[in-house]
Design a protein around this ligand. Sequence first.
Ligand code: M6R
Length: 612
Amino acid sequence: MCGIVGYIGSRNAYPILIKGLKRLEYRGYDSAGIALQNGSVNVYKKQGKVTELEEHMMGMDLSGTMGIGHTRWATHGEPSDLNAHPHVSNNGDFTIIHNGIIENYTVLRTSLIEQGYKFKSETDTEVLANLIEYIYRSQKVSAEDAVHLALSKVVGAYGLVILCNQENDKIIAARKSSPLVIGLGENEYFLASDATPIIEYTDRVIYLDNDDVAVIKRDELILKSTKRNDALKPRIQTLDLGISEIEKNGYDHFMLKEIFEQPRSIRDTFRGRLNLEKNEIKLGGLYNVHDKLIHAKRIIILACGTSWHAGLVGEYLFEDLARVQVEVDYASEFRYRNPLISEEDIVIAISQSGETADTLAAIQLAKEKGATVLGICNVVGSSISRETHAGVYTHAGPEIGVASTKAFTAQVTVLTMMAMIIARSRGLVGNERFAGLLNELEDIPEKIDKILQQNDKLKEIASIYKNVNNALYLGRGVSYPVALEGALKLKEISYIHAEGYPAAEMKHGPIALIDENMPVVVIATKDSSYEKIVSNVQEVKARNGIVIAVVTEGDDTIEKMADHVIEIPATDPVLVSLLSSVPLQLIAYHIAVMRECNVDQPRNLAKSVTVE
Ligand code: M6R
């Protein structure tokens, strides 16, 4: 969703800001803008892509060693030049960019209108700009104090970066529930909503905490909290992120790069955690909650989208291996359902970005009710990783493509390791079975490599079905979430309607859809329900349906029935989703490319969904 970038120092700010906005494009947006401070503040903004803003700014005054930039994903008001950020207060005192939502903006807007303020846009952000200015002028306080006072009147979430025309030696930044990171250079500072625009300049960063307000001058950074008046000591961290990780490195799209990265990303997920010699798995982030985890009577998994699908795989793993009762809920449903939670419950929140608003709110609710909340996040330092009591990072590396791929397999890898730890601690999995699973897990990257070698074949299958209007994905057991995930991948990037279903449910409704035009993708690998899924394939074929089957290498039964067979290497059935999800990612990718869709930034979607 919205992205923030800022710079103060001695270099020209514009190239840093425009490049930063390009780095933030992956988050999803509909307009972009930049403000440059050079004695006075010049604001440029445009609906559309960052390149359109760049063209618009050609030939303009781009000087200034301090400035801010924003990519907007519309919430209050349609995408337009006027609604784009930055927003300037009525008298030009304050120019601000904002991620998040000011919930009480209508009330604030009405009272500012009573004071004579006029609004050009429909946004909550312009209200905030004017509120700060109103306080600044009426109470004759400093810009910093005006920001503190204004924020005390605000209900909602914000990542906020502010320029003040009269105090033009500083940038003010504030955070509540919407991330902001400050990069530290030599007499210069970089600001951003995530580290991607900063990484090429510095690896020393400060992540703002909730309620922090930073006043940043070229040679000084003062950090305070809206809750207390004394200065806080900033915690400087080192970014563990390389520039190559946020570039395409020769791939046509980030999504393709990320699909092909999976052997590496899964190895990174279990690096230093699996120990084959000692036949053990260690997840350092869970040490403090180990006892609670192994004695848990119930685990509640909360997530959205692809992370929710990983949670469903987790349900199978925890129940099958560790015999723990598991509930998997959409975070957005859980938070509005008055759910039953007790202090004995373990809640696991799964999120690639660690910023998903619904998941964050669900975590808050679970904490209020006394549950122990664990996080599985990819983005280090993200809000969810901070809000949870303990957790495990997936270490998949930055995922830039909006369609989640390597994050999913990394999440499943973590859930597998957790389930194995609990199962063994509960005495449910003996040494031999544990060692077998450990070895199989270690072999997964190599097996994914083998699947990736079938890319040309998968592209060929994609070319046959690129023009269909509908597709059905079927799976049983642990393959059911894989079916859901395969369908989500196809629909979100190719705009083809696709549904995932438990295979046995087909006869209760979706079977009516089957004809000679609609492909049915069946995950039919060898496990305890193999015979049943063979029957489902026959049921589809008996109605002239088209079957694309994902099968275990060497399967010659389904080969005789299906129209296309995609073989994946054999593995323990518990781990099969790590393999079977990969060809489905590639088919969706190729179909989307052939339909000339914007694969990395599908329409209407955002990478991290920071609003409800
Ligand atoms: O960052 P999160 O994992 O919390 O994001 C959850 C969903 O928004 C995300 O998985 C979304 O469904 C993706 N577009 C799926 O590809």
